[in-house]
Design a protein around this ligand. Structure first.
Ligand code: PGA
Length: 254
């Protein structure tokens, strides 16, 4: 079975002590994750070492950075490299979140470079894709998102693709309280998997975890995660509440 993943994306929120308390709250609740179920916390850069310490020795739990840079090292003031992330024990990195694309001008080509570096260094990228409202209204979302995959992923080998997690996040559903219906999520995620299958074959495509993101909450997680091609969620707002995120983790497919 594909990995089922509940991934938190804290974005630019919380102080160090709040972040530490939130992790304690989520981690202290007794919970047995199935062998294919994973919890990932996407944490702001300064809190990564603290978060890595807190999950040390815990099964199926990982820490993700929310971004990395396109270069290995050098005179890029303020940027963070994949090697830096590796060196503090981070195992995952979110790449291409729509907020990075929109506010920081990250193009599909730049994201391809980030994926290459992340994979080279052994990090697991959580690659985000998804369409804006205008594209959804024009009903051209499938082609739009497929192009994002094509331009950032399709140069990868099958072995590399298997090391990536994809998060489909319709921009109109992010932070808006407006969730894609489970039928909408299933439809496009099945389409994306079929696009991956045309490129890499069915066997490979069937092993790639595709998460849904965009206003996932405790009260819609079970329905969304129940869809055949939805392998968990990337969760923003609701991941800042320990009880809520705990319930989302409990909603992962068994
Ligand atoms: P949201 O954010 O859950 O607050 O909609 C999701 C995301 O941006 O990853």
């Amino acid at each position: 079975m594909r990995k089922q993943i509940a991934a938190a994306n804290w974005k630019m929120n919380l102080t160090l002590s709040q972040a530490s308390d939130l992790l304690d709250e989520v981690l202290s609740k007794p919970r047995t994750l199935g062998k294919d179920q994973w919890v990932v916390f996407g944490v702001p850069f300064p809190y990564l070492p603290m978060a890595v310490e807190k999950i040390r020795g815990r099964a199926n739990t990982a820490i993700a950075a929310q971004n990395c840079y396109t270069k290995k090292s050098g005179a890029y003031t303020g940027e963070v490299s994949v090697e830096m992330l590796k060196s503090v024990g981070v195992t995952h990195v979110i790449v291409g979140h729509s907020e990075r694309r929109e506010y920081f001008g990250e193009s599909n080509a730049m994201l391809a470079e980030k994926l290459n570096l992340a994979l080279e260094s052994g990090l697991t990228p959580i690659f985000c894709c998804g369409e804006p409202l205008s594209i959804r209204e024009a009903e051209t979302q499938n082609a739009f998102v497929e192009k994002q995959l094509k331009e950032s992923l399709y140069h990868l080998s099958s072995e590399q693709l298997l090391k990536i997690v994809i998060a489909y996040e319709p921009i109109w559903a992010i932070g808006t309280g407006k969730t894609a219906s489970s039928a909408q999520a299933q439809e496009i995620q099945a389409y994306l998997r079929s696009a991956l299958a045309s490129q890499y074959g069915n066997e490979i495509a069937n092993q790639v975890s595709i998460l849904y993101g965009g206003s996932v909450k405790a009260n819609n997680a079970v329905e969304l995660f129940g869809c055949a091609d939805v392998d968990g969620g990337l969760v923003g707002g609701a991941s800042l509440n320990g009880v809520e995120f705990g319930a989302i983790i409990d909603g992962l497919k068994k």
